[in-house]
Design a protein around this ligand. Sequence first.
Ligand code: ADE
Length: 263
Amino acid sequence: MRIDVLTLFPDFIDQSASFGVVGRARERGLLQLHGWNPRDYAQGNYRRVDDRPFGGGPGMVMLIEPLRACLAAARAAGAGPAPLVYLTPQGRPLTQAKVRELAALPRLMLLCGRYEGVDERFIQAEVDEEISIGDYVLSGGELGAAVLVDAITRLQDGALGDAESAAQDSFEGEGGLLDCPHYSHPVQHDWGEVPAVLRSGNHAAIARWRRQQSLGRTWLRRPELLDEDALSKADRKLLAAFREDLAAGVGDPLPTPGEDGTT
Ligand code: ADE
């Protein structure tokens, strides 16, 4: 897959995608990532990419023309159509379903805003979709672009080894649940013991325990993700047993956020 990123900080995008799974995917040619700086397409001695907003107010607005020329150069550098996604807190919240949709494309373009934003006329004319990575404000779209690049790259065929399989991740299994807890050596530790079922060698029992933990964690931590009516009978039984265990004091090891976000 090819991803072109329009940003005033192409080094940031390049470096953030140089480690681990994403770095290896680039080395192996599974991801071609290209940064494009609108400043390189700006006119005049000062190569201005921003100006004051009409109507007054703080901050600066990114100008249409450097962005337009930059986008044209980026489009011409690769083959085939590619939707342009603008990273902004005003966009639709990013979900794993959206990541899957974008990851299936052969090519994608990302636009990172800085300052107060991008001239609305550029957005209206060129942007296909606006995406936010959460309800908080960052200083620019670069971190959002890095998040998208990472999440998309993990889903490229061959990016993950068997041991890292994306199918096990949170949101990826049946029902879009949170992932279950994981343990490794040592079995006994001052901070607790690895659950016996995981050491039993009973694969069916292990799968059942993991499913139950995923259901329980999702119910506790992200109830809005859990459609209890849509659960199978087996899942409902697992969740009921999880609740009973919890009431009996056997339960989730981490504090669960309250509705107001406190723990
Ligand atoms: N740019 C600034 N804040 C952002 C956010 N929350 N998501 C995506 N891009 C942004």
